[in-house]
Design a protein around this ligand. Structure first.
Ligand code: AR6
Length: 175
């Protein structure tokens, strides 16, 4: 079986130049917002919002793909995470985001993808629960991937990185 690497780093999702597709923690209309969406849209330039108009709206758990425009990445995969406790079951919808984004990247023949911690900002998902859901969903999807070889989790703070690293260390050892 070909190896898939899962790594976690502290950083800015809009500054991952060696990655094919970065994932946006989007809003339903795929418009620029705050946090991740704001950083991605301002680095990508207005062409991204323009392209996104024909892809929107999306539902919680769904993922759609666009070009990278002025970003160093060839693609952006836009996921709408659940608003914690409002879009339910939040854990399943958050897991859907990761699975759908990975499948989309794979179908497009991409070899690397970087995720932010979807839903853990404005949408209020507790970071430790989100880390567990994200890591489990990624581990479950990995065996079905044929093209993606690198999955990077990009955390904004040292604390969030610690939480994700703990989840990675505890989930399914040996895979
Ligand atoms: N790089 C990596 N992580 C970041 C960055 C960055 N540049 N900026 C923030 N984070 P959020 P959500 C972290 O709010 O909760 C938007 O307005 C942040 O600390 O971006 O899914 C959209 O338009 C947090 O841990 O996404 C939606 O309306 C995580 O990324 C809504 O917010 C996610 O924070 C989406 O909310």
């Amino acid at each position: 079986m070909t190896q898939v690497s899962i790594e976690s780093v502290r950083g800015n999702i809009a500054n991952q130049p060696d990655i094919d597709a970065i994932v946006n923690a989007a809003n339903a209309r795929l418009m620029p917002g705050s946090g991740v969406a704001g950083a991605i849209h301002s680095a990508a330039g207005p062409g991204l919002a323009q392209e996104c108009r024909r892809l929107a709206p999306i539902e919680p758990g769904q993922a759609v793909i666009s070009g990278g425009h002025d970003l160093p990445n060839s693609h952006v995969i836009h996921c709408l995470g659940p608003v914690y406790g409002v879009d339910t079951p939040s854990d399943e919808l958050l897991a859907d985001c990761y699975r759908n984004a990975l499948e989309l990247a794979d179908r497009h023949g991409l070899s690397s993808i970087a995720f932010p911690a979807i839903s853990t900002g404005v949408f209020g998902y507790p970071i430790d629960e989100a880390a567990r859901v994200a890591v489990n969903a990624i581990r479950k999807a990995v065996p079905g991937l044929t093209s993606v070889r690198l999955i990077r989790l990009v955390l904004f703070s040292e604390d969030d990185l610690r939480v994700f690293r703990a989840a990675l260390a505890s989930a399914s050892p040996g895979t």
